[in-house]
Write a protein of this length. Structure first.
Length: 135
């Protein structure tokens, strides 16, 4: 799927396993970070959310489950960063972009105030910084 988005990249077909892993990590991270951000709204709406599902099927409190899911998502993000560091030259740009996307999403979803960011603050999100660190 990721290769299709990038256009005709037949020479990279031999890298399908890496591309699939990167796509899976991006999807998994973004899903978990989104669920961490939207848990209260989804609780009110009655829609599925990883935090709520795990709370319903266990004896952990919401804060504990959220902490575990954040740690899990961050482990996936670290795995993605490792792939970005070791990606073959022909995929380094794609994997690096995927990493920046997830870093942005992580910081965006975990920020409590999502409005009024300056362009520098938005750029900081994509570099893995908190929005408050860029004026």
């Amino acid at each position: 799927v990721l290769l299709n988005l990038l256009g005709p990249l037949a020479p990279l077909a031999g890298q399908a396993q890496l591309v699939n892993e990167v796509a899976w990590l991006v999807g998994r991270c973004n899903r978990l970070y989104n669920d961490l951000r939207s848990v209260e709204r989804e609780k009110l709406d009655g829609t599925p959310n990883a935090v709520l599902i795990l709370c319903r099927h266990g004896d952990s409190r919401q804060e504990q489950v959220a902490g575990r899911l954040l740690a899990e998502a961050d482990q996936y993000l670290a795995r993605l960063a490792g792939l970005a560091d070791s990606a073959p030259t022909e995929l380094s740009e794609v994997v690096g972009a995927a990493l920046r996307l997830v870093q942005f999403a992580r910081n965006w979803y975990l920020a409590r105030e999502l409005h009024g960011f300056s362009s520098r603050q938005l750029a900081a999100l994509s570099e893995g910084e908190s929005p408050g660190s860029a004026a």
